[in-house]
Design a protein around this ligand. Structure first.
Ligand code: DAH
Length: 428
C-alpha cells in the first residue's frame, strides 16, 4: 500500500487535469447532520473540545449503478464493487476488527469519553474531500486514475481515511477516530490489495491546553502526539524499541513516521504529524492546533498475528477465521495449508498507455484472489526499433485448495487475450 508520501517520493507523474469541485455523494445537509449528531455537539467550542459517541447511522449500501457508470472517467471494476459494504473492520472477531477494537480500548483507557468513533462512513467521497481539503497538490500522483478509483471526475472511492478529516472538524468533532475501507489501484503481491483498511485519528487543542503546559502550540501538539502514539504502539506490540522518522505528508507539518523494532526488524507502524494550520482554519474557528495520524490495519494485523498474505483477510475459510478471537492480540496464525504456486509468464510489446496497475486490474478481474503476485521479470528496449518489451510472471495460488492445470491454463489464456484487446499491447 504505497502511502501518499511514498508515491510522491517515487515521483511518478500524474496525468489528471485539475478537476472541477465536487458536488455529490451524500446530500451535504444529511451528511453534516449525521456527523454532527454523532459528535454530540453542534459547533466546536473553544473551551470544551471533547466529544463522545459512536457513529450514528449506518452507511447506506451502494448499488452497482452508483459506483460503476459509463462515464469515461469511471475505472471501478466489479471485483472492487463487490468489496464495498463487506466492512471487515466491523467484524469484532476478524483480525481487522480485533486491531480496531484494541486501538479503541487504548484511546478509551487513556482518554475516557473523549474520542468520537466513526466506522461506517461511506467510502464514496468527493475528490475535493479526498484530495483538496487535505491539501494534496493538484499534480500529485495519487490523483491519477492510474492510482485512484474514480466514479466520475468529482467522486472517488476514498484512497485514505484522511478524506474525512475536514468534514468531521466542520461537524464539530475535536477528537475522533475514523475506521474504514480504502481503495487504491496498485501492483499485486503478498502485502498489496486494492482494498484495505485504515484508521485515522485527530485531536484538536485550544490555548488552555498549551498554556497550561507552558509550551508553544506546535511543540505541545507534537509532544502530545508522540506520547499518545508511543503508548498506542506499546499497547499493541508490548515493550518494543521505537524511533521517529521525519516524513512528508501534504496535510501535516511537521510530519513523522513511527517505527518499532519487532521480530528482528524495524517496521513502519503509522504516519502522523501536526495538522496543517490551514486545514484547521478552514474548518474550525481560529485559535486551534491539532495532531493527526493514519495507520493501515492490515499491515498491523499481518505483523502482529503472523499473517503471511493479505488475501487471507478476505477468505471465508473457517480454518482462517476460527483462529482469531475478539479482544485477543496473542494469536499467532498457523498456516493450515500451503498449496504450491503455479507460475505463468506473459511477454508483450508495451504501448504508450500501458501501466502495471492496469495489468494488475485485468489479472485481478479474471483470476480474483487466485492471483498471488504479478512481477516484472524482464524489461528491454529493442536497440533498433526502440520498442519496449515486458515480461511479467504471474503466480497463481489458492489459499484454500489445489488448483488444476486446466483451471490455471484457462485463466492465463483469458489474461493473455484480455491484455491484448484491452491494454493495447502486442503479445510476443
Ligand atoms: N493518509 C496517509 C496515507 O494514506 C496516512 C496519514 C499520514 C494520515 C499522516 C494522517 C497523517 O492523518 O497525519 O498514506
Amino acid at each position: 500500500m504505497a502511502s501518499i508520501r511514498a508515491a510522491l517520493a517515487a515521483g511518478r507523474c500524474c496525468g489528471v487535469a485539475r478537476l472541477a469541485a465536487a458536488q455529490r455523494v451524500l446530500p451535504a445537509a444529511a451528511r453534516g447532520t449525521q456527523l454532527a449528531a454523532a459528535a454530540g455537539v453542534a459547533r466546536p467550542s473553544r473551551r470544551c473540545l471533547s466529544t463522545v459517541s459512536q457513529a450514528a447511522a449506518a452507511a447506506t449500501t451502494l448499488s452497482r449503478e452508483e459506483v460503476i457508470t459509463d462515464h469515461p472517467f469511471n475505472n471501478v471494476t466489479d471485483s472492487i464493487f463487490e468489496k464495498i459494504g463487506v466492512n471487515l473492520h466491523q467484524q469484532p472477531a476478524h483480525p481487522i476488527g480485533i486491531i480496531k477494537g484494541a486501538i479503541y480500548d487504548y484511546f478509551d483507557q487513556q482518554h475516557p469519553s473523549t474520542f468520537a468513533k466513526f466506522d461506517d462512513l461511506q467510502p464514496l467521497v468527493t475528490a475535493k474531500a479526498n484530495f483538496d481539503e487535505v491539501l494534496v497538490p493538484a499534480d500529485h500522483v495519487s490523483r491519477s486514475p492510474n492510482d485512484t478509483y474514480y466514479v466520475s471526475p468529482d467522486v472517488v472511492l476514498r484512497c485514505h481515511t484522511s478524506a474525512h478529516q475536514a468534514e468531521l472538524l466542520r461537524a464539530g468533532n475535536s477528537a475522533f477516530l475514523v475506521t474504514g475501507d480504502v481503495y487504491r489501484r496498485d501492483s499485486i503481491d503478498a502485502t498489496h490489495y486494492p482494498v484495505f483498511h485504515q484508521m485515522e485519528g485527530v485531536r484538536v487543542f485550544g490555548p488552555q491546553d498549551w498554556e497550561a503546559a507552558g509550551q508553544e502550540p506546535t511543540a505541545y501538539a507534537e509532544a502530545e502526539l508522540k506520547r499518545t502514539l508511543e503508548g498506542l504502539a506499546k499497547h499493541l506490540f508490548g515493550e518494543v524499541e521505537m524511533r521517529w522518522i521525519d516524513a512528508y505528508f501534504p496535510f501535516t507539518e511537521p510530519s513523522f513516521e513511527l517505527e518499532i523494532f519487532f521480530k528482528g526488524q524495524w517496521l513502519e507502524v503509522l504516519g502522523c504529524g501536526v495538522m496543517q494550520q490551514s486545514i484547521l482554519d478552514k474548518n474550525l474557528e481560529p485559535g486551534h492546533k491539532a495532531w493527526a495520524f493514519g495507520l493501515g490495519l492490515e499491515r498491523l494485523a499481518m505483523v502482529l498475528f503472523d499473517i503471511p498474505d493479505i488475501r487471507l483477510f478476505w477468505t471465508s475459510d473457517q480454518r482462517f477465521l476460527k483462529q482469531f478471537k475478539q479482544g485477543d492480540l496473542s494469536t499467532r496464525f498457523k498456516s493450515y495449508s500451503k498449496f504450491p504456486p503455479c507460475y505463468k509468464d506473459v511477454a508483450f510489446w508495451v504501448s504508450d498507455s500501458f501501466t502495471e496497475n492496469n495489468l494488475c486490474e485485468v489479472v485481478r478481474g479474471i483470476a480474483g484472489d487466485l492471483v498471488e503476485e504479478v512481477k516484472l521479470i524482464d524489461d528491454f528496449t529493442h536497440p533498433k526499433t526502440g520498442r519496449t518489451s515486458n515480461c511479467y510472471r504471474i503466480a497463481y495460488r489458492s489459499m484454500d485448495r489445489s488448483l488444476t492445470d486446466e483451471e490455471i491454463n484457462a485463466l492465463q489464456e483469458e489474461v493473455r487475450s484480455t491484455i491484448a484487446s484491452k491494454l493495447g499491447v502486442e503479445l510476443r
